[in-house]
Design a protein around this ligand. Sequence first.
Ligand code: AMP
Length: 280
Amino acid sequence: MQTINSINEMKSIVTSLKAEGRTVALVPTMGSLHPGHTSQIDAANEKADVTIVSIFINPTQFGPNDDILKYPSNLELDLEICKSHGVDFVFTPKTNAIYPADFSTYVDENKISSRLSGLSRPYFFKGFATIITILLNITRPDYLILGQKDVQQTAIIKKVVRDLLFPVNIIVMPIVRNDSGLAWSTANHYLQGSQKNEAIKLYQSLKIAKEMVNKGITNVDRVITEVTHYLSQSLKIRISYVSIINPETLDPLRVIEPGQSLLAVAVWVDQIRLNDNIIL
Ligand code: AMP
């Protein structure tokens, strides 16, 4: 495994790989790797000849009230995890190399980005689409591996790739959860004491909805009301949104179509924002 900091070096490695006819998969991350990330790495290894994991805490995804310096980071441990999962290259560019002082071009998807989290975090998806575009241009992967956990990010990148004709196949990996059902997330690092038990309720609420649909309930309002009621019983939880949507367009649905409708939920547990989703 090689760790590459330089954009030019990463580009020339990719050029050589392509000349040898080898396929490349990119797993873009912000580090603090957990089993959600490693399932993506394993998928990349299976799909392509060469796996590149990028580790870059992207400043353009952080808003004025987010503290980027508090974002968890442990490069040494991440490198060990990558090595043990057979990663070929870890790409760790410097912030000022990706965003030089005169940087002024952004990728701004305008439809899907305005939904769900886009209402409260308008900068976020523009920053995300921009960094993914830059990483695609540097690594020119055959496969881009993303996670269902961040369904809005994934839907936006699919749209950007389609609209701007990037020659890449997107693979979306299912959500990986711990034994309690909590989806692995870097935000879980911030959970302390009883907040962990509160966070588990997020997945419980998804299961309640799934059971309702399994019993034949397809009325969106009834399911959203039940999920909202369950979550609002917790004094520590504040709901950001509970939405039943088309998983590709994120358009709100009137009727649940089993197997094709997505329930997306975001909450605050005290000051920690968590999101999760499930196909109903
Ligand atoms: P991040 O490092 O948080 O930016 O996440 C990098 C990638 O990992 C994104 O494509 C996420 O959707 C994916 N991811 C994060 N958590 C999970 C999870 N619990 N299961 C599967 N994929 C995940």
